[in-house]
Design a protein around this ligand. Structure first.
Ligand code: SAH
Ligand code: SF4
Length: 432
């Protein structure tokens, strides 16, 4: 979602004459769009700010200006604490106020005083964001349809930093999707903190679910692929499951975080579902689309996680056979209920569990990738490889696929024949 938000910031600022560059040394304006989900991400902001301070001082000595903006969820959570620790920062904006950066820049420039705006809610932001006005040169793009969360899992900061659940209207989403496709986008990933909790207004004023939005977007000519992320097991409604059975533009891969394989831990996390519920959803999705694959998020070392709880997670992984996953060490976040529990797990145990889990997840991923050798697979051809002697495409399951072919095939989706796998990349040739 931060990638999407950063693109939006660039679009807004392009109206004031800004464009993006690769190196902060030459920048008139630097925006750090930050993430607060785990401690490490938060810490990074301050080390990056330390480097930027030197750059800004040097520029100022040369008589030039450089504005520094801290945006995103660290900004939302820490507010004026950022200005106390880093007084050379000019603007602090949250995920719901970044559309105000141009007007805040004017104020900062005029009054030479830092500005903070970390107010909610998101409705205003989406209404005020300009329409896409720069050529993105992308074949694949994100599109935020839903933001925020009301679920309050005990470990998570999102409800505090992104605010409560909000769904954009169908009209707004379709308009944005059409513009994206007109700029050459062939694959859209609909985004939301809980994307399948989407409940927006259709044109006739009736509230609709994500399945409706996907079917509407699928009508756009030249859009070949649709994905959505991140889904919550609690919001996996039948209509959305059924959609995998008939909507051909919907890719056969779903990211469905489970966090833990232990019912006790899930209950303590306030996830609102148990392992049996999760397995039932997996089963229904497979019934709707037999070739579907699953990815997930896992947290190890949540307070009170015993060896037995952890073994239940490994067992679940072996049963479901996820094609790819993200796994994290539990990170206590300020203000969340889990962070003040007195049964925190020692760091060495957390690390060793993460290592064991990732070993099993990596094996599952390799097994999944190898299962395509000797088979046909559909890819969207994206670009040259770094060495420029081959091209790289993305399969329906998000696997990178290398192939020798004509440059004119970039942007097209077609079947290839998979010949081998190295590490996580598939090697393929054109189907005759
Ligand atoms: N809404 C999605 C997840 C959004 S956060 C869901 O509920 O499934 C993305 C992922 O970050 C989570 O799935 C979780 O695995 C991880 N995460 C969130 N808070 C964390 C914390 N305090 N420590 C470690 N990982 C965390
Ligand atoms: Fe965080 Fe997801 Fe739980 Fe919401 S549902 S609190 S975003 S982990």
């Amino acid at each position: 979602m931060n990638v999407y938000d950063s693109d939006k910031m660039l679009e807004i600022l392009s109206k004031s004459g800004y464009s993006s560059i690769d190196n902060p040394d030459d920048a008139d304006l630097v925006i750090l769009n930050t993430c607060h989900i785990r401690e490490k991400a938060g810490e990074k902001v301050y080390s990056d700010l330390g480097r930027l301070r030197k750059l800004k001082t040097k520029k100022n000595l040369d008589g030039k200006k450089m504005f520094i903006v801290v945006a995103g969820c660290v900004a939302q959570a820490e507010g004026d604490e950022i200005l106390k620790r880093a007084p050379f920062v000019d603007i602090v904006v949250g995920p719901q106020t970044y559309h105000k950066i141009p007007e805040l820049l004017k104020k900062v420039d005029e009054f030479v005083k830092a500005e903070i705006d970390i107010s909610f809610p998101p409705e205003e932001k989406f209404k005020l964001l300009p329409q896409i006005n720069i050529k993105r040169n992308q074949l694949s793009s994100f599109l935020t349809v839903q933001e925020g969360c009301d679920k309050f899992c005990t470990f998570c900061v999102v409800p505090y930093t992104r605010g409560s659940e909000y769904s954009r209207s169908v009209e707004e989403i379709i308009a944005e999707a059409k513009i994206l496709v007109s700029t050459g986008v062939r694959e859209i990933t609909l985004l939301g903190q809980n994307v399948n909790a989407y409940h927006g207004m259709a044109n006739n004023g009736v509230e609709v679910g994500l399945d409706y939005v996907i079917n509407k977007i699928a009508e756009i000519e030249n859009l070949d692929r649709i994905r959505f992320t991140t889904s919550h097991p609690r919001d996996m409604q039948k209509n959305l499951i059924d959609l995998f059975g008939y909507q051909e533009k919907l890719m056969p891969l779903i990211h469905l975080p489970v966090q833990s394989g232990s019912d006790k831990i899930l209950k303590d996390m306030n996830r609102g579902h148990n392992i049996n519920d999760y397995k039932k959803i997996i089963h229904s999705l497979k019934e709707a689309r037999p070739e579907i694959s699953f990815s997930s998020d896992f947290i190890v070392g949540y307070p009170g996680e015993t060896e037995k709880d952890f073994q239940s997670t490994l067992k679940l992984v072996e049963e479901v056979k996820f094609s790819q996953s993200f796994s994290f060490i539990y990170s206590p976040r300020p203000g969340t209920p889990a962070s003040i529990k007195n049964n925190q797990i020692p760091e060495e145990i957390k690390k060793s569990r993460l290592h064991d889990l990732q070993k099993v997840l990596n094996n599952e991923r390799s097994r999944f990738n190898s299962s395509f050798v000797g088979k046909k697979l559909n890819i969207l051809l994206e670009k040259f490889t770094d060495t420029r002697d081959e091209f790289i495409g993305k399969s329906e399951y998000l696997q990178p696929v290398k192939i020798k072919c004509r440059e004119s095939l970039i942007g097209q989706t077609f079947n290839v024949f998979v010949e081998s796998v190295d590490s996580n990349c598939l090697n393929a040739r054109l189907v005759n």
